[in-house]
Design a protein around this ligand. Structure first.
Ligand code: C2E
Ligand code: CA
Ligand code: CA
Length: 426
């Protein structure tokens, strides 16, 4: 972690009083290399100076000459490599929209503060930043920009050479902590580059007609794994991610059924997660395939609910069993009225339609506590476990049981929980 005094902070606000206030708070927190500006133009000159370019900028939104939104765009043009915090009098939803925009510019965004900023609020965002700064603020920015996307022939070879492996992320019952299943998430063990994540090759596979082969490899791996776990006495429902492009070939339903039968796996043990990542030009094939899979008793799950083009239309047309509330409505919902409203309405919708619900992106204790106080059925996220190799799952279950037991005895569980029959943590 860089020493506090070594961190260069730039504050941009058109009100002299605000500049003084923020500079004083920063000085009290131990940040001494602080420069203040009341105009965006002058601030950009410092950004351009390699010896004085800031590591972090505190930015006001409403400024007469150049507003904060325009300034953020200019930062990209000036190749700014540091991070950003918004400090503004604008309302919460406005600040969130600007945060989104800044993130779209790939500038590390630490969050926003309402005016007048408090020392506590600023200190907590700065803590977050020092975590980012461990590999250097510039390092973090570069990492985002430099993500490699692989060419189609490389992806094709990886599938053919069996370099793809399934990782598994547990799903647990919110009320009891029981491990209900796991989602398979594909990884590429690249012989030179190490572990490669799906966002670096799924899109390529979809665009170049490789997604059927990829899904088939993932499905075979997952079915064999379900069988192995069952033989070891571990009954888990395993979810597989299916791309919309898989649902163009009409034999997909028969293929899945045949593979499951060959592996000796019941359709009930398999969940197919479908993301509505793009508009369906012709909805008939996906509709037929999904309906037939459901008739065969495979479970259907609508993934990333609320983020796509046609959530409600899909819900109307396809008999899903499960609804996964997208992580962008879960993580931090406890502290955000807009997110909470969306979380709750998705939950209500699913309940009315008789569907099971899963909260994705339960990332920390606060998210977990929030979800435990809702009617949501299942939870998944880093707080519970990150995706892991299949071999690690039985060991993780033991650790999780211990964590749940400690939680229960520490009385961390919700009231609902303690009134019910003594839960059997697993
Ligand atoms: P997804 O299906 O929405 O999967 C959840 C993603 O969120 C996973 O990323 C998972 O590692 C990550 N995640 C889980 N818990 C948390 C959390 O608490 N916080 C945060 N920030 N993230 C969390 P991953 O493994 O990189 O996968 C990304 C996407 O790639 C998946 O999103 C899915 O759409 C796609 N994908 C993964 N495996 C497959 C596959 O076998 N086939 C297809 N077609 N798509 C796949
Ligand atoms: Ca998924
Ligand atoms: Ca998802």
């Amino acid at each position: 972690m860089p020493k506090k005094f070594a961190i260069r902070i730039l504050v941009l606000d058109d009100e002299p009083f605000m500049l003084k206030l923020l500079a004083r708070i920063l000085a009290n927190l131990g940040y001494t290399s602080v420069s203040t500006f009341d105009s965006g133009r002058a601030a950009l000159e410092q950004v351009d100076d390699p010896d004085r370019s800031p590591d972090l900028i505190l930015l006001d939104l409403n400024m007469p000459e150049m507003d904060g939104v325009e300034f953020a765009r200019r930062l990209v043009e000036h190749h700014y490599a540091g991070a950003l915090i918004l400090v503004s009098g604008e309302d919460e939803r406005m600040q969130q929209s600007v945060e989104k925009l800044v993130r779209a510019h790939k500038i590390p965004m630490l969050g926003h503060l309402h005016k007048p900023a408090t020392p506590e609020g600023l200190a907590s965002l700065l803590e977050k930043w020092t975590a980012l700064a461990q590999d250097g603020p510039c390092g973090a920015a570069k990492k985002i920009a430099a993500k490699k996307i692989y060419a189609a022939d490389k992806v094709r070879a990886a599938i053919a050479n069996g370099e793809l492996v399934n990782y598994y992320q547990p799903k647990v019952v919110v009320a009891t902590g029981v491990v209900a299943g796991a989602e398979s998430l594909v990884r590429w063990r690249h012989p030179q580059d190490g572990m490669v994540f799906p966002d670096q090759f799924i899109g390529v596979a979809e665009a170049h007609g490789l997604i059927d082969d990829l899904t088939r490899a993932v499905l075979d791996g997952a079915l064999a794994q379900i069988r192995r776990w069952e033989e070891a006495g571990l009954m888990l429902q395993v979810a597989i991610n299916v791309s919309m492009d898989n649902l163009a070939a009409l034999d997909f339903a028969d293929f899945v059924a045949a593979q499951a039968a060959a592996a000796g796996v019941s359709p009930h043990s398999v969940v197919l997660e479908v993301t509505e990542s793009r508009l369906m030009l012709d909805a008939r094939a996906p509709l037929e395939i999904l309906t037939r899979l459901r008739l065969k008793r495979f479970e259907l799950s609508i993934d990333d609910f609320g983020t796509g083009h046609s959530s409600l239309a899909q819900l109307r047309d396809i008999p899903f069993d499960e609804l996964k509330i997208d992580q962008s409505f879960v993580h931090g919902a406890w502290a955000n009225d807009t997110l909470r409203a969306m979380f709750n309405s998705s939950l209500g919708l699913a309940k009315q339609l008789g569907m099971k619900t899963v909260a994705e992106g339960v990332e920390d204790r606060a998210d977990w506590d929030f979800v435990r106080n809702t009617e949501c059925d299942l939870a998944q996220g880093y707080f519970i476990a990150k995706p892991m190799p299949a071999a690690d799952l039985p060991g993780w279950i033991q650790t999780w049981k211990t964590r749940m037991r400690e939680d229960l005895s520490a009385g961390v569980v919700g009231e609902e929980q303690s009134r019910a029959d003594p839960p059997t943590p697993m």
